[in-house]
Ligand binder design. Structure first.
Ligand SMILES: [Zn+2]
Length: 199
């Protein structure tokens, strides 16, 4: 495969992609138009049963909102990715990828879109990763507000503006799944693309 370093890739609205990232490489997720979420998954390339873990990461960070300097841990407590640059500072690591079930249950859609979940499952299938291996994604640019007393969650428009980005350093050889999120609430009711770059 030709060297793709530094090239900008586009994920069209309501779709997803999967690709490999070598240890030491940086993945930059870019919001080209603003107010668009990207669901990010990472698997260890040599053993795809090791995957990013919201529970472990938030436990060790003792914080809900992660930004520059924060590591993202696996289900085996190994650091998989580290956030090394972040022009937004608000992301979500609580909610599962939107799915046909999300659209059926929350939006009442009768013929629901397959959502980030279906897009991730399709993109990751060639790597031998099945739908039951999809955990809570790191939802880049997703703005979930939490009421400190009741714990009530509300999905607000992302704080990202056109050109904002977040950069992750790979600490291991990884398989990455990445989407341009398909949920209306998450993206302020407009579906836009996501860009990414590997350096
Ligand atoms: Zn989504």
């Amino acid at each position: 495969m030709p060297d793709q370093t530094g090239r900008i890739f586009e994920i069209p609205p309501r779709s997803g992609a999967a690709f490999t990232l070598d240890a030491g490489q940086r993945l930059t997720v870019i919001d080209p138009q603003g107010e668009q979420v990207a669901d990010l998954l990472a698997y260890v390339r040599g053993d795809t049963s090791e995957v990013i873990s919201s529970g472990r990461t938030l436990d060790y960070a003792s914080r809900l909102f992660l930004t520059t300097g924060d590591p993202i841990y696996s289900n085996r407590s190994n650091v998989m990715l580290r956030i090394i640059e972040d022009t937004v500072g608000r992301h979500d690591f609580l909610l599962t990828p939107c799915s046909a079930d999300t659209f059926r249950i929350i939006y009442g859609d009768e013929q629901p879109h397959r959502g980030c979940f279906g897009n991730l499952a399709a993109a990751l299938a060639p790597y031998g990763i099945g739908p039951d291996q999809i955990p809570i994604a790191f939802n880049v640019f997703m703005n979930v507000q939490v009421d400190g007393q009741s714990g009530a969650l509300t999905v607000e428009p992302p704080m990202s503006k056109a050109g904002d980005h977040t950069t992750f350093l790979a600490e291991q050889d990884l398989i990455i799944g990445l989407t341009a999120c398909s949920a209306l609430q998450s993206n302020n009711y407009a579906f836009k693309p996501i860009h990414y770059r590997i350096d």
